[in-house]
Design a protein around this ligand. Structure first.
Ligand code: CTP
Length: 414
C-alpha cells in the first residue's frame, strides 16, 4: 500500500467559522496527496472564505446550493455522499453538529452526510463556552455513537480573544485520522508496541554514549499500525520527532528504562516491534556530578545492557507476533536467520547500514525480511512505505499464527 489518499474521494464539509481559512491549506495538501476533493460549504462558510479559494485549491467545483441546476443526471446531495470514501467536516460549527446529531437535512452539507455511509471525521471549532455547553457535548456523544471520529479541539487564544479549547487541531493529526478511516481496519482491537530511536547511556550529567538512530523507521511503523486501526504504544528513546497522532508515546533515555517500559507494555500486546537501536553497552559507572576531564580514564569501563528483544522472545505469549530489526553491513540473510532463531522472533527486518539509501538518519530504507518460512527483499523506498509493507506482513502473520506461535507457510508471504 503506497499513498492511501491517492484516488480517494474525500468530501470536505466547511462550516462558518473563522478557522475555515485553515482548511484551505488542508484541501491543498489533500489535492497534493492525489485525493479527489469535493468541498461542500455551508452558507455561513462563504462569509469567511470564498468558494473560489476552495475551487482553485481542490481543482474541483465547490458545492453549496442544494438546488443548484447543473443539468446533471444525479443530484449533488446524493451523489457526493454516496461516492465519498471519507467525509471530513472542518471546522464543524455548533450549529452543524446539532443538525447532524438530530439527523437534519437542512442544507447541502447535512444532506450529503445523511446520504452517505462513508466514515466521518469531524473537527469541532468554536468558542470554548459553546464547545463545553452540555448541548454540544451531548450532540458530540451522539455523533460518536453513530461511529463518527471526533477530534478534540486544541486549546489556545481564539479569534474571539478568549483563551480556551475550541481551536482546530494541527493538520498532521487530522491527516492521520483520515488515513486511519481510509485504511483497511486490519488491526482494530489489536495492541501494537513499537520501540524506536536510540538509547542514551550517561557517563555523567553532561556526557553519554549513544548511536546515530533517528527513530524515523520506528515512528513510521507506529503511524502505519495506527492507520490500520491498532492501539499503539511507542516506547521512544530521545529523537527530534514529534509524537505521531493517536499514538501513546512513552519517552525513555537508557536501555534499562526502555527494557522496563517495553516489557510492561508487551505483556498484553498482540504485536511487538523492536525498531530501536538499543545501546549494547553502558558506562560501568555513572557519576552524579560532571567528571573533570583530568579524572576520566583513557579507557572507559563498560557494562553489558540486557538484550530486550531476547527477553521478549523468552516471554512471548502464544499468538504474539515479535518483530526484530538487525543493523548489518554484511551476511544479511545468515545474520537475519541466526537472530530470528536465537531471539525466538516471527520476523526480522535486516537493514543494510552500508548502503547510501538505507539505514541511519536517511528517509529511505532497504530491508531484507526473514521469517521462519522464507525471506523477501523489499525494494529501496521511503521508511513510510517500508513500514506499510512490514505491517502488511505482520497482519498476515497474525492471521496465520497458530497458538504455539508457529507460522504456517500459507500465513506469511515472506
Ligand atoms: N536489541 C535489544 N536490546 C539490546 C540490543 C538490541 O532489544 N540490548 C534489539 C534491537 O532493538 C533490534 C535487535 O535487537 O531489534 C537487533 O539488534 P542488533 O544490534 O543488530 O543485534 P545484536 O543482537 O545486538 O547482535 P550483533 O551485535 O551481534 O549484531
Amino acid at each position: 500500500m503506497g499513498n492511501i489518499f491517492a484516488g480517494k474521494n474525500i468530501v470536505v464539509g466547511v462550516c462558518g467559522s473563522i478557522a475555515a481559512f485553515k482548511v484551505a491549506g488542508w484541501v491543498s495538501d489533500l489535492a497534493k496527496l492525489e485525493a479527489q476533493v469535493s468541498v461542500v460549504m455551508t452558507a455561513a462558510a462563504g462569509r469567511f472564505v470564498t468558494p473560489l479559494t476552495f475551487a482553485a485549491l481542490s481543482g474541483n467545483e465547490v458545492h453549496s446550493d442544494m438546488f443548484a441546476d447543473r443539468g446533471q443526471e444525479r443530484m449533488d446531495h446524493i451523489g457526493l455522499g454516496r461516492d465519498a470514501d471519507a467525509l471530513l467536516i472542518a471546522p464543524a460549527s455548533a450549529n452543524t453538529i446539532a443538525a447532524l446529531a438530530a439527523g437534519l437535512a437542512g442544507d447541502l452539507l447535512q444532506t450529503t452526510v445523511l446520504a452517505s455511509r462513508a466514515p466521518v471525521v469531524l473537527c469541532p471549532a468554536m468558542n470554548s463556552r459553546m464547545y463545553r455547553h452540555p448541548a454540544t457535548q451531548a450532540n458530540l456523544d451522539r455523533l460518536r455513537h453513530f461511529g463518527y471520529t471526533i477530534l478534540d479541539p486544541d486549546s489556545g487564544m481564539m479569534a474571539c480573544r478568549e483563551e480556551g479549547e475550541g481551536r482546530l487541531p494541527e493538520w498532521e493529526m487530522v491527516r492521520e485520522y483520515l488515513a486511519r478511516v481510509l485504511s483497511p481496519p486490519q488491526l482494530v482491537g489489536r495492541k501494537v508496541v513499537v520501540s524506536a530511536g536510540p538509547t542514551r547511556e550517561p557517563l555523567d550529567p553532561a556526557r553519554f554514549l549513544s548511536n546515530r538512530s533517528s527513530g524515523k523507521m520506528g515512528y513510521a511503523l507506529a503511524r502505519a499500525a495506527f492507520r490500520r486501526g491498532a492501539e499503539v504504544v511507542l516506547v521512544s528513546g530521545p529523537t527530534a520527532l514529534s509524537a505521531p497522532a493517536g499514538v501513546r508515546r512513552v519517552p525513555v533515555q537508557t536501555a534499562e528504562e526502555m527494557a522496563v517500559a517495553v516489557l510492561a507494555a508487551a505483556a498484553d500486546a498482540d504485536v511487538v516491534i523492536k525498531a530501536a537501536a538499543v545501546a549494547d553497552f553502558r558506562p560501568a559507572e555513572t557519576s552524579r556530578e560532571k567528571v573533570k576531564k583530568e579524572r576520566i580514564a583513557a579507557t572507559l569501563q563498560l557494562a553489558r545492557n540486557r538484550d530486550i528483544l531476547r527477553e521478549l522472545g523468552e516471554r512471548k505469549a502464544a499468538g504474539q507476533i515479535l518483530v526484530g530489526f538487525a543493523a548489518e553491513s554484511a551476511d544479511f540473510l545468515a545474520e537475519g536467520q541466526r537472530k530470528l532463531a536465537a531471539k525466538n522472533l516471527d520476523l526480522i527486518a535486516v537493514n543494510d547500514i552500508g548502503g547510501t539509501g538505507s539505514g541511519f538518519e536517511v528517509d529511505s530504507n532497504q530491508v531484507l525480511l526473514v521469517s521462519r518460512t522464507g525471506q523477501e527483499s523489499l525494494p529501496q523506498t521511503s521508511k513510510e512505505h517500508t513500514a506499510e509493507m512490514i505491517i502488511d506482513r505482520v497482519v498476515a502473520l497474525l492471521a496465520g499464527a497458530s497458538p504455539g506461535g508457529v507460522v504456517p507457510g500459507s500465513g506469511c508471504q515472506v
